[in-house]
Each structure stands twice: as structure tokens, then as C-alpha cells.
Design a protein around this ligand. Structure first.
Ligand code: M6R
Length: 608
């Protein structure tokens, strides 16, 4: 969480920092600030609230200077307030720091620094850093930062500037993302690529504990021992427009509409008729797969929900037992992992702290790890043994949509690859499923046309306080995702239930007018699902059902129905989730919620 930026160049730093922060607000948006060196003095402007507040403040009281750092915050230690906003500085304001991450031993450091006479102004963990740098400063900023981080436990991406060396910016990362942008006579640091794309496409991707020292003359990459690192520049090929709204009112609705393309891009070169499936550079032979006794899929939030579908797909198609785990639970439950374990971590950002911790835990115990991620060069992509990218393009809205559908595609590709290698499906059956997969982009396009039913339903029900999502099989997995989407952006409480489980307690909550969204795409479970719908209808529920085209009989049982194009039942989630995403979106719009930046959330959760 939190976004950091930094600039050293010839331009005014202030607009560059603000522009960068505007692309990072998805990482946190409860306060923002900048520190710029103006005439060898540190000038700091920071305030609670959205970036727009900081912009207004800077318009009133501009700061001029060509070296600076900026921050947009998602509060962890200390409430969102002017005082807790970054940048944080030492007492005489000669050193200023922006930080993304958590300093786990900050209380101990705070005590120690207090005993040395340092005074603290905020409740943040970050404030120990400028004081530590101050304590160790002996004429060289990078040396002082190196000594400071040697005392810090936890995660960090840091940008540090100081009036002692006014033309210099020092940055370092550990377990929080950080990239370095290289322009013509100007250099940048940022938590993510979109923040610098208006200025350059050439970046260095820093690894843990790698430092960058930036001055007007150029940049130096250093190890924590101070040795020079030679690294290749990574050239960003995607366009800055991909991270803009492109005429849509919100990023979320734009990204929902990008799904047909994202699905197609994720299949390209991996799935083709009458050709073996390829997993990019990943190779898992029949022998290797037969040696695997368990697959773990580990992820958080929406990515976890994609993993649940992955379990159904891999077990059904490749007959390998799969356990799906929430990453924050996985690492602390002492899971059984060994060389016979295959772990698949799923993460849009590739930076989610819990998912990375699970990945490391699995590697430590000898498992082979495949990362399914959307961000090239992300920590997950670099730390896993193998990577399968989802080609969704940048996802900006906090609510994940196109990342989810492309994660599903990645799951199906892996399941089919495993099935092909192990021979659990006939080649004819594999061809049938591939054929259906290749039609998904067009069918997703078709599904996107059903907006009016959903808008009507949203306009009648958006004032409800609770809703239920029901399904069986993979429909249940999609119900979980639909429920999460609704909660996170419209703040309507909702629960997803395996339809058959409802009667074991939760059905007590169904009363006259309770809204129930029922998914009924699974042919073998259709009749059972209809019975479950009847159970809630009898108790007064207002039911909107999603079924495959042709299953119009469902209208006899429900209040409203929406039909999605027929496909293989195991692939249904790719299509059935689209109306759920749209429904959540229209509910949130009706309620006047901030769709792209829902309260209390951040796009990238880099703290445990
Ligand atoms: O970047 P990741 O896929 O690892 O993120 C995981 C979750 O934080 C994320 O999916 C979250 O649940 C989304 N806000 C849901 O829309």
C-alpha cells in the first residue's frame, strides 16, 4: 500500500510528482504529500484526504525545485491526518523520507532513538527512518540510509532526500515494489510504472535491498554492501493510454469492457486448435506431473476466487488433487509442503505481501512454484521458479475485474496442459474445450450487452442493506467473487453461499424482499439449483438468476433472469462473472459511491 515517487532532473519537481502520484492513488488515497528541495531548504507540503487537496495546497503555496519526493498514503500506523501524512522528516528538517511498507520493529527503534534525544511528531512507523538516517549521517546520504536499513525489520520502499546533499535522491526497497525511470537528463523513482510513463519508458526493476543513488549526473545502482550493480534496462512496451480512462466514467467500467481483449491476449500463443498447449517457457513433463501429489493454489481476495475455480478445473480435467488457500492463512498453518508439491500463486500485482510470503514458504520447503501474475517484473514473477503472465494490461480500479477473468484463463490453460501431459483427457475432448475457450472473447462481448436488465435491477434494489449470492460447483466460486465485488464498491453487505448449504442455517435470514442473486449455469446441477431457488422464493426472496441461453424455464421460478451464451460448464465463470461485475458497478453508481477508490481499500496490499 501507499505509493511513492521521486524526481531528479531539470524540470519543476512539483507537477511531475503530482502527476506520478495521480497514477498511484490506487495504492492508497487517505493523504498525500511532497518534499522538494528549494534553494537548499526542504519544503514540505502534505495533507489529509485525496491528492486534489494537496494539489490545491500547492497552488496556493507553490514549491520550486528540481529534486523531490512524493507520497500517497494508505494508513497502517496512525489515522489518516495531516501529521501522519508523508513525507516525514528529522527535527531540523534536513532529511525527508517517503515510505511504502511497514517497519515491524519501529517501537523498539522509536524507544532507542528517543533515548538518544530524538523527538517524534507522528504515530507512524515511518518516522523512525529520517531519525535513523540523521543518526548515521556522516557526510554521505547513501551510507546513512544503508546503515539505517540494517536496523530495520519489515518491508519498505524508500525515497530519501536531504539538504546536506541537495541534488541527491537515495532509494531502496525490500518486499515493497520500486522501479527507477531513466529519462533524458532526468530520473524518477516510483512504486509502479504508470507513474513515470508520461516521461520515460526505460526503467530499472530493483530487487530487494538494491539501492539507487540519483543525482543530476546520472544514477548508480548499489548492493547493500555498496558494490555497483550492472542491470539491464527494461523497456516498457505498453502504452500510457492503457492506464487512462479512455472516455469511460470510471476505470472499473473501462476494465470490465476490456475483458474480451484481455481474455484473447491471455490465450494467444498458448491455445490453438490442433496444436499442443504451451505454457510459455514452463515445462512440466508427464513424469514430473505424476510425481506431484498435491497442488496448492494460494492467493488473496479476487485472485483467491480465481484459484477456487482453478481447483475445480485442475481436479476435473487433470485429476490432480488441489487445495486452495487464502495466503494470509497458508503460511501460519504449517502446511505440508515438499518436493512433490506444486504451488501456484495467483496475484494481479505480484506484490501482495501475504502471497509473496506463501511463495517463499513453499520454496523453502522444496516446492516448485508457478506465479500467475499480471505485472511483468513484479516480485512474484521474479521469485517464483516459473511465471505465467495474464495479459490483462494495467488494472487501475481497486475492484479487480479483467485480472480475474484472465486469471481464470490461466487456470484453464494450466489444467488443460496438465491433462494433455498426463493423458487424463482424450485429444478430442481437449480440442472441444480449446474450441470453446477460443470463442470466449466473442461470448464475453455478447454478455456485455445485457446492461439494461442489470441497470434496472440495480435501480430497484440498491437501497437494500444485505444481499445473497448462491451457486453450486464453479457457480459457487463465482458467487463469492460477485459478493466481494458488491461489498467492496457499493458497501452493501452480502454473502456468498453454496446453494445446498443455505438451509443449514443462513436461510433463517431470508425474508420478504431479500435480494438473492442465483447462478445456475451448471448443467448437472441445474435442477438442484432450481430447487434451492424455490426454497428462498417460498420465503419471499426477490431472485435474479443467471443461466445459459436456452434454459428459459428458469423464468417460471425467479423474478428476473439474465442469460449468458452457452459454453462448457467448467468455463462458465469467465462469462457469468461479467454481469456480476456490472451489477456491482451499477449498484455503486446508483449509491453515488467512489467506484474506483472505495473506502478503506487500496489496490496493492503490500502489508500483512
Ligand atoms: O494483486 P493481487 O491479485 O495479489 O491482489 C489480491 C487482492 O488484494 C485483490 O484481488 C482484492 O481482493 C481486490 N480488491 C478485489 O477486487
Amino acid at each position: 500500500m501507499c505509493g511513492i515517487v521521486g524526481y531528479v532532473g531539470k524540470k519543476e519537481a512539483s507537477p511531475v510528482l503530482i502527476n506520478g502520484l495521480s497514477k498511484l492513488e490506487y495504492r492508497g488515497y487517505d493523504s498525500a504529500g511532497v518534499a522538494i528541495i528549494e534553494n537548499n531548504k526542504l519544503k514540505i507540503s502534505k495533507c489529509k484526504g485525496r491528492l486534489a487537496n494537496l494539489e490545491a495546497k500547492l497552488q496556493q503555496e507553490p514549491i520550486h525545485g528540481a529534486v523531490g519526493i512524493g507520497h500517497t498514503r494508505w494508513a497502517t500506523h496512525g489515522e489518516p491526518s495531516d501529521l501522519n501524512s508523508h513525507p516525514h522528516s528529522n527535527e531540523d528538517e534536513t532529511i525527508s523520507v517517503v515510505h511504502n511498507g511497514i517497519i515491524e520493529n519501529y517501537l523498539h527503534l522509536r524507544e532507542w532513538l528517543t533515548s538518544k534525544g530524538y523527538k517524534f511528531m507522528s504515530e507512524t512507523d515511518t518516522e523512525v527512518i529520517p531519525h535513523l538516517v540523521d543518526y548515521y549521517y556522516q557526510g554521505n546520504l547513501e551510507d546513512a540510509v544503508m546503515k539505517a536499513i540494517s536496523k530495520m525489520d519489515g518491508s519498505y520502499a524508500l525515497g530519501v532526500v536531504s539538504t546536506h546533499e541537495p541534488g541527491k535522491l537515495v532509494a531502496v526497497r525490500k518486499d515493497s515494489p520500486l522501479i527507477v525511470g531513466v529519462g533524458k537528463d532526468e530520473f524518477f523513482i516510483a512504486s509502479d510504472i504508470p507513474a513515470i510513463l508520461n516521461y520515460t519508458r526505460d526503467v530499472y526493476l530493483l530487487n530487494d535491498k538494491e539501492f539507487v543513488v540519483i543525482t543530476q549526473d546520472g544514477i548508480k545502482l548499489l548492493t547493500e554492501e555498496g558494490d555497483i550493480i550492472n542491470k539491464d534496462i527494461f523497456h516498457v512496451t505498453w502504452n500510457a493510454d492503457a492506464a487512462e480512462k479512455g472516455g469511460y466514467e470510471h476505470f472499473m467500467i473501462k476494465e470490465i469492457h476490456e475483458q474480451p481483449k484481455a481474455i484473447r491476449d491471455t490465450m494467444t500463443s498458448r491455445i490453438a486448435l490442433e496444436k499442443p498447449i504451451t505454457l510459455d517457457k514452463i515445462s512440466l513433463t508427464k513424469e514430473q506431473l505424476e510425481n506431484i501429489d498435491k497442488v496448492y493454489i494460494v492467493a488473496c481476495g479476487t485472485a483467491y476466487h480465481a484459484g477456487v475455480v482453478g481447483k475445480y478445473a485442475i481436479e476435473q480435467l487433470a485429476r490432480i488433487p488441489v487445495e486452495v488457500d487464502i495466503a494470509s492463512e497458508f503460511r501460519y498453518r504449517n502446511p505440508i509442503i515438499n518436493e512433490k508439491t506444486l504451488m501456484i500463486v495467483v496475484s494481479q500485482s505480484g506484490e501482495t505481501a501475504d502471497t509473496l510470503a506463501a511463495l517463499r514458504e513453499a520454496k523453502k520447503h522444496g516446492a516448485r512454484v508457478i506465479a500467475v501474475t499480471n505485472v511483468v517484473g513484479s516480485s512474484a514473477s521474479r521469485e517464483a521458479h516459473d511465471v505465467l503472465y495474464t495479459w490483462a494490461g494495467p488494472e487501475i480500479a481497486v475492484a479487480s475485474t479483467k485480472a480475474y477473468t484472465t486469471q481464470l484463463i490461466a487456470m484453464y490453460i494450466m489444467a488443460l496442459y496438465f491433462a494433455e501431459q498426463k493423458g487424463t483427457l482424450s485429444s478430442e475432448r481437449i480440442e472441444e474445450i480449446k474450441k470453446e475457450m477460443l470463442q470466449l472473447p466473442e461470448k464475453a462481448e455478447e454478455t456485455l450487452k445485457h446492461k439494461d436488465v442489470l441497470q434496472r435491477f440495480a435501480s430497484k434494489t440498491y437501497m437494500h442493506k444485505d444481499m445473497f449470492f448462491l451457486g453450486r460447483g464453479v457457480d459457487y466460486a463465482v458467487a463469492m467473487e460477485g459478493s466481494l465485488k458488491l461489498k467492496e464498491i457499493s458497501y452493501i453487505h452480502s454473502e456468498a453461499y453454496a446453494a445446498g448449504e443455505l438451509k443449514h442455517g443462513t436461510i433463517a435470514l431470508i425474508e420478504n424482499g431479500t435480494v438473492v442473486i442465483a447462478l445456475a449455469t451448471q448443467d448437472n446441477l441445474f435442477e438442484k439449483m432450481v430447487s434451492n431457488i424455490k426454497e428462498v422464493k417460498t420465503r419471499g426472496a426477490n431472485v435474479l438468476a443467471f443461466a445459459f441461453e436456452g434454459n428459459n424455464d428458469i423464468e417460471k421460478t425467479v423474478d428476473s433472469a439474465l442469460y449468458i451464451p452457452k459454453t462448457e460448464t467448467v468455463l462458465a465463470p469467465v462469462l457469468s462473472v461479467i454481469p456480476l461485475q456490472l451489477l456491482a458497478y451499477y449498484m455503486a453508481v446508483q449509491k453515488g459511491c467512489d467506484v474506483d477508490k472505495p473506502r478503506n481499500l487500496a489496490k496493492s496490499v503490500t502489508v500483512e
